[in-house]
Ligand binder design. Structure first.
Ligand SMILES: NC(=O)c1ccc[n+]([C@@H]2O[C@H](COP(=O)([O-])OP(=O)(O)OC[C@H]3O[C@@H](n4cnc5c(N)ncnc54)[C@H](O)[C@@H]3O)[C@@H](O)[C@H]2O)c1
Ligand SMILES: O[C@H]1[C@H](O)[C@@H](O)[C@H](O)[C@@H](O)[C@H]1O
Length: 337
């Protein structure tokens, strides 16, 4: 059986995921698309081939009887509406991160999914599928460096588009670290602090950049993450876990080492699309396979909610300059691990 997918949002990652679903992965077909920019939806539909419906709204796409499952790749603030509508229609939905831009919105999704009685929602936290992060997790689980004490990370983008502003360094970028670090060290966060260093001249008045974000976990692990989204030199994701008995680092993406003109060096990628290309493939292939079996194995609505609570606390910590506690309600049995 082919999983017939409808995609809402035909921008950068929407087009990327459509190429995967339609041409690279197995077991799925893209049968419908929608975007508030109709020209973009139409142009994207033409690249897919076959009979692809271009719908006038996300709701019309979700209601299309040909659509078995929905992929949401529109802007973050629109995710809640489309995920809730998919749940109401009883259709599985893969929603790009963030699940929602506030904890209140993410909680409405959690409550709707529980009320529906079916697991339908997966969130696009693809770093859990990255080979490097998986190797790092295996190393920690094996006890190779003993108990984790500290984690140092960096999330650097060469630049960001004009629509990226306000608190998006937290709600759009740092959410990756919130999710993947919690998964990596298998611990929950209890507090956060946000420090704003000297502003880069490459930023705009509506965007603080860079940030240093601190998290403390239940077991006392201290995490520091530099989020620098106009770093210019490349797309660079760093993660180093300091343990009792040693240090484990996320591997660098594979690249040829060059000795040339009195220099020794490796190229640095400049785009998230390439940095996590394999992770996106694995993530979506697993989503297709599990969705066909009526299961959800990836990051759940609960994970999306936990991330949104943490990200709300970080935004508050940024505004107040103070340490802000992170308190999440008890995990409902519906989301038992
Ligand atoms: N997992 C990742 O690494 C990753 C990478 C990139 C983007 N994302 C996430 O994917 C989402 C989209 O990001 P992008 O970079 O593709 O942005 P983009 O601006 O390139 O594309 C978003 C598209 O959504 C459309 N859109 C916005 N509101 C809509 C609505 N209400 N209905 C229908 N279409 C709507 C826009 O017209 C645009 O074409 C964001 O939530 C972003 O955080 C995740
Ligand atoms: O939407 C993108 C995407 O999620 C990337 O993976 C992240 O590095 C960027 O900071 C973010 O803006």
């Amino acid at each position: 059986m082919t999983l017939n997918v409808g995609v809402i949002g035909t921008g950068a990652i929407g087009q990327d995921h459509i190429k995967r679903l339609a041409h690279k992965l197995t077991g799925a077909a893209v049968v419908a698309v929608n975007d508030i920019n109709r020209d973009s939806a139409q142009a994207t539909a033409a690249t897919i081939g076959g009979d692809v419906a271009v719908h006038g709204s996300g709701q019309a796409l979700i209601d299309d009887p040909k659509v078995d499952a929905v992929v949401v790749t529109s802007w973050g603030p629109s995710h809640e509406e489309f995920v809730l509508a998919s749940i109401a229609a009883g259709k599985p939905v893969f929603c790009e991160k963030p699940l929602a831009t506030t904890a209140a919105a993410a909680l409405r999704i959690v409550e709707a999914e529980i009320a529906s009685g079916r697991h339908l929602v997966q969130v696009g936290f693809m770093r859990r599928y990255d080979r490097g992060y998986r190797m790092l997790k295996e190393t920690l689980k094996a006890g190779t460096i003993g108990e984790a004490l500290m984690v140092h990370c960096a999330h650097r983008n060469p630049s960001v588009p004009d629509f990226y502003k306000g608190d998006m360094a937290i709600t759009d970028s740092f959410v990756h670290e919130i999710d993947v670090l919690r998964w990596l060290i298998d611990d929950d966060y209890v507090s956060t602090q946000v420090i704003i260093p000297r502003r880069t001249r490459r930023s705009r008045p509506d965007l603080d950049d860079p940030h240093i974000i601190l998290l403390e976990t239940r077991s006392g692990i201290r995490i520091d993450v530099e989020v620098f989204v106009n770093c210019a030199y490349g797309y660079d994701i760093q993660c180093e876990v300091v343990g009792e008995d040693g240090i484990a680092r996320l591997p660098e993406p594979m690249s040829i080492q060059l000795r040339k003109e009195e220099r020794l060096g490796n190229a640095i990628l400049n785009d998230w699309k390439l940095r996590f290309i394999e992770a996106y493939d694995v993530e979506l292939q697993e989503w297709i396979d599990t969705t066909k079996r009526g299961e959800v194995h990836g990051p759940s609505a609960w994970d999306g909610y936990f991330t949104a609570v943490t990200s709300d606390a970080c935004v508050e910590a940024k505004r107040s300059g103070k340490l802000v506690p992170i308190s999440v309600r008890d995990r409902p049995s519906f989301y038992a691990r």
